[in-house]
Each structure stands twice: as structure tokens, then as C-alpha cells.
Design a protein around this ligand. Structure first.
Ligand code: HEM
Length: 562
């Protein structure tokens, strides 16, 4: 979350945002010295157009929340940033003591919860020629990268300088998430990553096909049953996607049927809700974990509730016992985990790895499939072309769908890629500087800049994917971008749904495979259309989601094909 964005701040050597703060003005923010607010003369800060902070405060006070939320992106962001500046001014002018300043900042923080991605959009749009801009992450200055070559430098070429993700979770506080490669650092990360990778090799993913295919069939028979009752069946896309991913994760994880397509809400689906839940409390928790990791390492923060950790642990214990007693071997994730047991893998570690499958796979996949269902439903031309391709390929293969065939269909691949472009489930990739690094100049007029150890770095995938510069007419859902030579013209490191470099998503192959199977099953069997009466458009992205989510539900009509 951004605390304050500044431009050419007196002591800063990075070009940042809109409000010029010069020596003779009230507020002086020292970028290199972790937000030091100095009281100088009682002067009023003005922005480039001559508005001062009080003008902004008056403007802010004239908006009620509803009016405010209807302002366009730029106006909202400007107001919020100015509002914070007013708070600081007030705090300084009234010589408020530090605790009050902290309270003011927390209040502002809640207001800014309105969406990091919007502020990113704004900051980057203001500085089209800068390779990177500075942002404040609460008390820590950070760097927002927008230049594709620099992204490559950070994610790949100079990985050793940006080795870790920027979040802090202690294994003893949250044994499941704390053991996840996403969170781990240094050598522990390397070791766990290798273990995880060995369970999602191409051959192992292919071998999971019968289980995932069976989940797809269960989804189809559930929809068919509902259609029989009501003719056209309307369902929220995310609920359908979440049930499907709960089933697939459980099937490939422990070879069990999670029964997500029964009428009631089964336990694991219910547990999955915890992973997806968005709300102020959860956002604050994530905020602390990601953006103020120094604090979160002192307090007991866990991403997953204890009850969910217990559910996964029980699942592991029961499966261990059942398989040992009945001498059962399956080609699933669980048995791959068992292979590591020689290294004295504890039940906690196994639980962490299984939990990891749910956390990493369930939320992101369900988000991806949610937006893909919507996109296909909203574009009948794309849907028909996709259906024709699927039929043609299956017919040519004697009516059989196989894992090899799924990977051969070019338009299917383009539809999935385009959906992940418009709606990348992970909207931002973060790194923490682990070895100081000399950056190239941000722009011709900037001075050189060295990133210090501990500085957070944000790579805004969602913003890059939706930038007209890299994806002309970015608003349009157009799978042709990913076909033939069009695909070759995409600038490297502007398309990052799964990240890049040594920390690239481990589950990418499985995620794409599972997503493709879901859309094949749906388009093969049903006509999908958006229920425009129930769905509020245009889609608004939920400001508090760590994983991309729509603020309003996306309702889809499913009809039998003629
Ligand atoms: C559509 C679905 C998915 C998307 C969009 C996605 C995206 C991502 C992204 C952007 C990252 C960060 C990469 C980076 O920092 O450079 C990541 C990391 C990771 N993902 Fe996924 N993911 C998906 C599904 C999965 C699944 C199904 C699994 C597990 C089987 C998984 C396991 C992981 C793990 C373990 C990491 C941490 C890797 C590391 O730090 O070494 N993901 N994912």
C-alpha cells in the first residue's frame, strides 16, 4: 500500500509523483531516510496546478462516499493523496504528538485501501518516461518498476540481488504458509522449491489427467441437473470455479472426491472460502504480512486460521493411516510427498505442502477460471470459434479427449492466455532487495540510484497487462493477440501471469492444464452467456484482494446446446 508518492522530493534521487515539495515548503519528506517529516516554515504545499492542500481538503469534504466512489480513477487517487498530505500538514501545524500522527496515518491507510493497483496506474501514467518510480509502503520506501528490461534485470539477470519475496511469515506462527516456497527465503526456499517442482513435472501433470477430467465431468453433470430443473441455470462464475478447483486440488492432492458439486457446501469448499475471503480484517492482516513485514515478524500472524490448518493436518493423518493399512499406492501429489519422507519429512511439512497446493493453486486458479468463464460468456464469437476448434480436434482424434490433444489446440491456448492477460490472478509480483543494487537512471533527468538491502520492489503485472503501450487496445478481449506471429510481437517481460525467473510459479503447467479442461467441458456442453440483469458492469476490481477478484459477482447463464 502506498503511503505517499512524491516527485523530485528534496533529498530523493528518484522521480516520483505529483506534488513537488521544495525546500521552502512545509513538508519535507526524505526518501532515503525512511519517511522523516521535518517541520519547516508554516507554508502551504501547492500542487502543479496551484491547488493547495486546503483546497483539496475542501473538495474532499464536499464529496460523500458514494459521490467519491463515482469519480474517475485519476480524480480519486489525486484526492486521496492530497488528503494524506492534508493530514500530515495538520499534524505538523498543530504539533500533534507522534501517536496521533500514527493514528492519522492508519486512518489514511484505510482510505487508501481503495486499491494499490489504482495508485500504481496513476503513478505510472504520470511518469510515462520513467523506468521506475518511488512509492511508499507504509514506513518503507519502495520501488515500482515499469520498464520491461529492468523487470528482466530484477527477476532474472540479477536475481541474487532480489532473491526473496517481500513478505514475512514465521513458520512457528503459520506452519502451512510459512513452509511455502512463496514465503521461504535463502537455502530453505531452494530446497522446498526443488521438492515442490518434482511433484509437478510435465509427466506427473499429464498423469493427473483422469482425476481432473473426472472433476470436469462432475461439474457438467451438476450443471445438467440444475438445467433440468430450471431450463436456463444462472450461477455465479466464481462459485463454480471455486467448486471445480476444490475438487481438482483434492483429487490430485489426496485422490479423494471433495464432493463440491453436491447441493450442500462440503467441508473443504467451506475451508476454501477462508483462502478467498476478502474484507477489512483480512486485508489488514495481508497488509502487515506483505507491506510491513518487520512488524509481522514480531506478532503472531497467520494467513490461515488454525481450524483450517487442523483440517489439512487431519486429512494428511487419515490418508497416511489408510494408505499404510491398506497398502495403497496412487499416482497423486500425496504419494510424491511421501517420496520425501526418507528425508524425515514431518507431518507438519507434508501438511504444509498439501496446504500449499490449496493456497497456491486454489485461489489463483479459481480467480483465473472465474474471469475466463466470464470472458467466454461475454464474447459469443470467441465462444463459437473455441467450440468449433474443440469439436474439430476431438473428431480428428476419434472422439477422444486426451492430455496431448488439450495441449495442441491453438485457439484454446490463446483464449486462456488472453484471459490471464486481462485478469492476472496475481496482480503484483513483489521482491525484496537482498544485495544492494545500482539502478540505471529512471529517466534522462534523474540521478543514479542505488537500491538498498530490504527495499521492496513491486512489478505491477496487472498494470503492464492492461497498458495500451504493450497491448494495443488493451481493454479489448482479443485472443488473436496470442496466435501465430502476433504472439512473437509481445514485448518480453510485459506479460507475467506466472512471474518469471528462478521464482516463476511452480504450478504453472498444472494450472493451465486444469483451466483448459474446465473451459473445454463447459463450452463443449453448454451455451454460456452473461446474465446482464444480475451482473453489474463494467467489472470493478476488488481493491482489497491480494488475488484478483471482482467487487461484484459475475453471473452466468448456462443453457443446453441445441
Ligand atoms: C492460474 C493459476 C496460477 C497463477 C496465475 C499463479 C501465479 C503465480 C505467480 C505470479 C507467482 C509468483 C512468481 C514470481 O514471484 O515470479 C506464483 C508463485 C508460486 N506458485 Fe503459482 N499460480 C497459479 C497456480 C499455482 C498452482 C496450481 C500451484 C501449485 C501446484 C502454484 C504454486 C506456486 C508456488 C509454490 C509459488 C512460489 C514459487 C517460488 O517462490 O519459488 N501456483 N504463482
Amino acid at each position: 500500500m502506498i503511503d505517499l508518492v512524491l516527485t523530485n522530493a528534496t533529498n530523493a534521487n528518484v522521480d516520483i509523483c505529483d506534488y513537488v515539495v521544495s525546500d521552502d515548503e512545509t513538508l519535507k519528506i526524505n526518501f532515503t531516510n525512511n519517511l522523516r517529516v521535518e517541520r519547516k516554515q508554516q507554508k502551504i504545499v501547492t500542487d502543479r496546478r496551484g491547488y493547495n492542500s486546503f483546497d483539496y481538503r475542501n473538495r474532499l469534504m464536499r464529496y460523500n462516499w458514494k459521490e467519491f466512489s463515482e469519480l474517475d480513477l485519476q480524480a480519486r487517487t489525486e484526492l486521496l493523496m492530497m488528503k494524506m498530505q492534508c493530514h500530515y500538514n495538520e499534524a505538523i501545524n498543530r504539533k500533534i504528538i507522534n501517536v496521533e500522527v500514527i493514528i492519522i496515518r492508519v486512518k489514511f491507510l484505510l482510505a487508501v485501501f481503495d486499491g494499490l493497483y489504482k495508485i500504481i496506474f496513476f503513478a505510472l501514467r504520470q511518469y510515462p518516461d520513467c523506468k521506475y518510480v518511488g512509492i511508499y509502503h507504509m514506513d518503507r520506501p519502495g520501488i515500482l518498476i515499469r520498464d520491461p528490461e529492468m523487470i528482466e534485470d530484477i527477476l532474472v539477470k540479477n536475481f541474487s540481488n532480489f532473491h526473496d519475496n517481500d513478505l514475512e511469515i514465521k513458520i512457528q506462527h503459520d506452519p502451512i504458509f510459512g513452509n511455502n516456497p512463496f514465503v521461504l527465503k535463502g537455502d530453505m526456499w531452494k530446497k522446498k522449491r526443488i521438492q515442490h517442482l518434482s511433484s509437478v513435472t510435465p509427466a506427473k501433470v499429464k498423469a493427473m489427467y483422469p482425476e481432473v477430467d473426472a472433476c470436469g465431468d462432475r461439474m457438467v453433470s451438476y450443471l445438467n441437473k440444475q438445467i433440468e430443473k430450471t431450463g436456463i441455470f444462472c450461477m455465479e462464475a466464481l462459485e463454480l470455479a471455486a467448486r471445480y478447483t476444490t475438487d481438482t486440488c483434492t483429487a490430485v492432492g489426496v485422490n479423494l472426491n471433495a464432493n463440491s458439486f453436491t447441493d450442500g457446501i462440503p467441508e473443504l469448499r467451506e475451508a476454501g472460502r477462508d483462502i478467498f475471503e476478502v474484507g477489512v480484517l483480512r486485508s489488514l492482516k495481508l497488509y502487515f504480512m506483505f507491506l510491513i513485514p518487520t512488524i509481522s515478524s514480531f506478532i503472531t500472524l497467520r494467513l490461515l486460521p488454525k481450524s483450517l490448518t487442523q483440517k489439512y493436518t487431519n486429512l494428511i493423518l487419515q490418508t497416511l493411516k489408510y494408505r499404510a493399512e491398506n497398502n495403497i499406492k496412487k499416482n497423486d501429489f500425496f504419494d510424491h510427498l511421501q517420496e520425501f519422507r526418507g528425508e524425515k519429512q514431518t507431518v507438519e511439512e507434508m501438511t504444509a505442502q498439501l496446504g500449499g497446493l490449496y493456497i497456491d493453486g486454489f485461489g489463483t486458479n479459481a480467480s483465473g477460471i472465474n474471469f475466463m468463464i466470464y470472458s467466454v460468456a461475454a464474447h459469443p464469437d470467441v465462444q463459437n470459434r473455441l467450440r468449433d476448434e474443440i469439436r474439430e480436434y476431438i473428431d480428428k482424434n476419434n472422439g477422444k479427449l486426451t492430455p496431448e490433444l488439450i495441449l495442441e489446440m491453438p485457439y484454446l491456448d490463446a483464449v486462456v492466455s488472453e484471459s490471464l492477460r486481462k485478469y492476472p490472478p496475481f496482480p503484483n509480483i513483489t521482491r525484496r532487495c537482498t544485495k544492494s543494487y545500482d539502478m540505471p537512471k529512471a529517466s534522462a533527468n534523474s540521478s543514479a540510484f542505488t537500491i538498498k538491502v530490504g527495499t521492496p520492489v513491486v512489478i505491477p503485472s496487472y498494470t503492464l497487462h492492461n497498458d495500451d503501450r504493450y497491448f494495443p487496445n488493451a481493454e479489448k478481449f482479443d485472443p488473436d493477440r496470442f496466435l501465430g506471429t502476433n504472439k512473437d510481437s509481445i514485448i518480453k517481460y510485459t506479460y507475467l501471469p506466472f512471474g518469471e525467473g528462478p521464482r516463476i510459479c511452480i504450478g504453472m503447467r498444472f494450472a493451465i492444464f486444469q483451466t483448459k479442461i474446465s473451459i473445454i467441458k463447459l463450452v463443449q456442453n453448454f451455451k454460456l452467456s452473461v446474465n446482464y440483469d444480475k451482473t453489474k458492469l463494467p467489472i470493478r476490481i476488488h481493491p482489497q484482494g491480494l488475488i484478483l477478484a471482482a467487487t461484484d459477482k459475475l453471473w452466468i447463464n448456462f443453457e443446453k446446446l441445441d
